[in-house]
Design a protein around this ligand. Structure first.
Ligand code: C2O
Length: 585
């Protein structure tokens, strides 16, 4: 197997409406000046979007409440080194690593029951991690394409990790617990005892998991004495990778796990999984999967936060909003693999137990690969937040020498710089710009559906709900559309975190075939992996979905309004409002 650090050649489809430069550099310069237009202004704009919403506790604590707390922090001696100015982002503070000596038990938010696990790591003082200059590249292969030799090596490494003593921070159990502790309310935010530290549903999602896999991989490599060892990625975005990678199904392998959905071991993965099987044909599933990928990698994610997730800063409430891939394919695979025979769909179906299944790390390697692909697709557009609260957010992990280290988000921007590359494989969804089923103007106004003004929010989504949403701007010029994205915002989404919750969003969908997602009318999804936390049972969050390209496909740029269908798929959910906004790209 050879090792390469060159980039994949993306061949953009001519009809795509925005320019995709073929990426030619493989490493993003880390100097902030590279990122061009600072995104600070943009972040505070979208910040406004969610806090303007309505009388919404969560949003209030994301905004005004947070500023109060930041002021408090600064008043306490400016420990975050910020200067007081009127710019909110300079008042902010990055999320700090947890204090391990204060780690507590995770609990089930709905029942208040303890989950009967202790997922706290040994408490030690961390040292700052220096990213080593890579001398050799680790090669991460597609899991369905690996050789027998690779499987043997990988098996051996996991087996050795499983045989380490439970209190060794490099042991498989301790590694699985990393996820439990960071995701199920075992840690408070430093300085905010009433707030959980949560690495999902925000802009920390990609960087946190990149670090997590980084150390997991290095521990495996060191256990087998192979500094080139790379984790496999579950290539679920490509047809031949759309089943469980066979090596995970061998009962005699250290990669085997009994707690998986037994009906899914050989079927085609459903990246739009709703929590139960709905009898779709395998062909329909593959077609849906392509459009889900296209939506969450291209159409819905022109703005950085719509891919990465919304800002989450010190003193901020959990779940400000997940990026499209986190709520979409990432969540779908967790639920698709989790075992419905288990109380909480263990292992993959709940955050506290997900890391106990070796396939978790293979799934997340593909999630991480999507981050790289998306960055490459950005061409000359900014690829990262240029926001100190993101760049300086930090976590702690145990490294391959069982040393506790503190790491920063700013060291995760380039996988090559972190010493690993992905096998180059086809990206079949890249050109999958779907067709509209119906191109008819004034669908919305002739539908008879109530408009947002006629609806009393909060609104429970207990059935398919159609709403007429007014577009503040219409007949936009091409130039404007390239500068400003039209976004559908659904905010005040209230859910119990302990449940699997999902709803899908369609625009001007007249045929109402809700299991067919391979059409322009399907816009995207809200979904969350069940997890617990200490605060109130319910949290509020929001999503944004890019509309510009969709409105072109439906040929309704001149319409005053659109018809939004909200299709509940799993769990109880209410929404606080729905509207269209415009933000510069
Ligand atoms: Cu931390 Cu897929 O979850």
């Amino acid at each position: 197997m050879h090792c390469t650090i060159s980039n994949q050649n993306y061949i953009p489809m001519p009809s795509l409406s925005f320019s995709w430069a073929v990426a030619t550099t493989s490493t993003a310069p880390s100097s902030p000046s590279f990122y061009g237009k600072p995104s600070t202004a943009k972040s505070s704009t979208c910040f406004q979007v969610s806090c303007n919403a309505r009388n919404d506790d969560q949003n209030a604590s994301n905004s005004r409440g947070k500023f109060d707390r930041r002021n408090m922090l600064l008043g306490l001696g400016g420990i975050y080194g910020s200067t007081l100015t009127s710019n909110p982002s300079t008042l902010a503070a990055p999320i700090q690593p947890p204090n391990l000596s204060k780690c507590g038990p995770p609990s089930d938010a709905n029942t208040g029951e303890s989950l009967n696990v202790n997922c706290c790591p040994p408490a030690n003082q961390p040292v700052d991690y220096q990213l080593p200059k890579p001398t050799v590249m680790r090669f991460r292969p597609a899991a369905h394409l690996v050789t027998k030799e690779y499987i043997a090596k990988y098996n051996k490494a996991i087996q050795l990790m499983k045989s380490l003593k439970d209190d060794d921070p490099r042991s498989f159990m301790q590694q699985a617990n990393v996820h439990c502790a960071y995701c199920n309310g075992a840690y408070d935010q430093v300085g905010f005892d009433d707030l959980d530290l949560q690495v999902h549903n925000s802009w920390l999602f990609f960087p946190f998991h990149r670090w997590y896999l980084y150390f997991f991989e290095r521990i495996l490599g060191s256990l087998i004495g192979d500094p080139t060892f790379g984790l496999p990625f579950w290539n679920w975005d490509s047809p031949k990778g759309m089943t469980f990678p066979p090596m995970f199904l061998d009962q005699n392998s250290s990669l085997f796990n009994a707690k998986r959905n037994q009906d899914h071991l050989t079927s085609i993965v459903d990246l739009g999984y709703n929590g139960s099987d709905d009898g779709k044909s395998p062909l329909q599933t593959v077609a849906n999967n392509f459009n889900i990928m296209y939506n969450e990698m291209v159409r819905n994610v022109k703005l950085i936060e719509d891919f990465m997730g919304q800002p989450y800063r010190a003193g901020g409430a959990v779940n400000p909003g997940a990026g499209a891939p986190e709520r979409g394919t990432h969540t779908a695979i967790h639920l698709y693999v989790g075992d419905p025979r288990e109380t909480r769909r263990e292992d993959l179906g709940n955050f506290y137990s997900a890391g106990r299944d070796p396939i978790f790390y293979c799934h997340h390697a593909n999630v991480d690969r999507m981050w790289k692909i998306w960055r490459d697709l950005r061409g000359s557009k900014p690829k990262d937040f240029n926001d100190k609260d993101w760049l300086n957010a930090s976590f702690v992990f145990y490294d391959e020498n069982a040393q506790l280290v503190r790491v920063k988000v700013s060291d995760t921007l380039s996988n090559e710089r972190m010493g690993y590359v992905y096998q180059q494989v086809d990206i079949p969804w890249l050109n999958f710009r779907p067709q509209a089923r119906v191109q008819r103007s004034k669908v919305a106004t002739t539908s008879g559906a109530p408009s947002t003004a006629d609806i009393k929010f909060p609104l429970a989504l207990d059935k398919i709900t159609k709403i007429l949403v007014t577009r503040p701007k219409k007949s936009r010029k091409q130039r404007d559309k390239e500068r400003e994205e039209e976004l559908l915002v659904i905010d005040g989404i209230e859910v119990e975190t302990a449940n699997f919750v999902k709803f899908d969003v369609f625009v001007n969908d007249e045929d109402d075939k809700i299991d067919e997602l391979d059409k322009s009318e399907y816009v995207g999804t809200f979904a969350q992996v069940p997890h617990s936390h200490k605060g109130p049972k319910k949290v509020k969050t929001s999503i944004r979905l890019g509309l510009t390209e969709l409105l072109e496909d439906l040929d309704v740029e001149d319409d005053d309004s659109i018809l939004v269908s909200l299709v509940p798929r799993a769990g109880d959910v209410t929404i606080g409002g729905i509207k269209i906004i415009y933000l510069s790209i």
